[in-house]
Design a protein around this ligand. Structure first.
Ligand code: 5GP
Length: 178
């Protein structure tokens, strides 16, 4: 499948504008924070995080975590596994989770539970996209880029079988077509 054949869902300009607006809100909300840590969820959030972080006007640090959904056959079971933990201690710090996409909501729920057990001063979430139609658990996102329909999206960090991550826009792919 060629990159050009994919249908654009969110253009590069729309992403740029939205990321700038999110960065402005986050900078204003954290204006008084003195120890903000952005936690990027690998691998899909790396491009979003890089753009967002560079637009923040408040001091911050960056760390990464990596999770994977347990699958049975090719279906997610809802259980989540930690693949790579943070390098930083987060107790007493202001933590902002930066996610690429919230689908069923299990990954974000797992992350919030496991990070809040480490007693940060505050814990908020920022997601570039979410699919409300697919949520299986209640999902609360403090800073959201876009709501999208129940389709598989690629680009701007998001992949299909590790391809398409570097597309500048977000596109829809039909995983069943070759
Ligand atoms: P959850 O179902 O736990 O909310 O999301 C699990 C993970 O599934 C997301 O972090 C993301 O890696 C992946 N995912 C869900 N929907 C999509 C999609 O449309 N495109 C891509 N590339 N990944 C997705």
């Amino acid at each position: 499948m060629r990159d050009q054949a994919l249908e654009v869902l969110i253009s590069e300009d729309e992403i740029r504008e939205r990321v700038a607006a999110l960065a402005e809100r986050i900078s204003s909300d954290y204006a008084q924070a003195n120890d903000l840590l952005l936690v990027g969820v690998l691998r899909g959030a790396f491009i979003f995080l890089a753009d967002l972080a560079r637009l923040l006007t408040v001091p911050h640090k960056i760390d990464f975590i990596s999770l994977s959904s347990y699958e049975r056959g090719d279906r997610p079971t809802g259980a989540v596994r930690l693949l790579l933990d943070l390098r930083s201690e987060i107790e007493g710090r202001d933590i902002l989770i930066v996610e690429d996409i919230v689908d069923t909501g299990h990954t974000l729920e797992y992350l919030k539970q496991s990070l809040s057990a480490r007693r940060p001063a505050s814990l908020k979430t920022c997601a570039l996209t979410q699919k409300p139609a697919r949520h299986e658990v209640p999902v609360e996102i403090d800073y959201l880029g876009f709501e999208i329909p129940d389709v598989w999206v690629v680009g701007y960090g998001l992949d299909f079988e590790d391809r398409f991550r570097t597309l500048p826009h977000i596109a829809v792919i039909d995983p069943t077509s070759g």
